[in-house]
Design a protein around this ligand. Structure first.
Ligand SMILES: C[S@@+](CC[C@H](N)C(=O)[O-])C[C@H]1O[C@@H](n2cnc3c(N)ncnc32)[C@H](O)[C@@H]1O
Length: 194
């Protein structure tokens, strides 16, 4: 069963409720303000940004503010309750540049070469987001000059090296704890992350 089907399970949504409360806690916001971390992603006004696994929207509103009303933020979250919470926050903030999709990031259904910047913030390593499937999908949806911004917490677990080894992205920078990668043409057309 894929993440999209699992995300509709009432039991799973119930089990993830406490995690959602932790994700949006004041302590977390105080310890690691989302605006500060997002600065490492190099978001610019007017960009089309994809946020993978938005959870309850800890980074969503700040990212939407950074790209401004001419930008477009697509937040993907398979857990129905989390996605509903993000939608609620977006409405309450009066933001009109955010689209929340209850989907699996491994198969986004988004157009190829449509995204300027894809955010993987606090989502990998995660069992339902294997890099050998996630990276090719991010590579597909990113524009030729697009970038991938990765914030890893609590552990990097060899992820930056694995991203480089895929041959789909090259290293760009590390700022505010965020690794930024540039999309490159895949030599063999597929990621190999063993
Ligand atoms: C640890 S939480 C982080 C949430 C948010 N980025 C944050 O930092 O507060 C990981 C999120 O990834 C989502 N997720 C898991 N598998 C996914 C998939 N295949 N596609 C998209 N999101 C997924 C989970 O539902 C969860 O909300």
């Amino acid at each position: 069963m894929g993440a999209e089907q699992l995300g509709k399970s009432r039991l799973l949504n119930l089990l993830f409720k406490p995690a959602g409360a932790t994700m949006e806690s004041r302590l977390r916001r105080w310890l690691m303000p989302p605006e500060k971390t997002l600065r490492g992603a190099g978001l610019k006004p007017g960009q089309t940004v994809l946020e993978v696994g938005s959870g309850t929207g800890f980074f969503t509103l700040a990212a939407a503010e950074m790209i401004g009303p001419s930008g477009h933020l697509i937040a993907i979250e398979p857990l129905a309750d989390y996605a509903a919470r993000v939608t609620q926050k977006v409405r309450a903030a009066g933001l009109t540049n955010v689209e929340v999709l209850c989907r699996d990031a491994l198969d986004t259904g988004l157009d190829a070469a449509s995204i300027d910047n894809a955010l993987l913030f606090g989502v990998i390593p995660f069992p339902s987001l294997p890099l050998d499937r996630l990276l090719p999908e991010m590579h597909r949806v990113l524009k030729p000059d697009g970038s991938l911004a990765v914030w890893l917490f609590p552990t990097t677990a060899g992820v930056p090296t694995a991203i480089l080894r895929s041959g789909l992205f090259t290293g760009l920078s590390k700022k505010h704890g965020v690794y930024a990668f540039e999309r490159c043409e895949a030599p063999g057309g597929s990621a190999s992350l063993k």
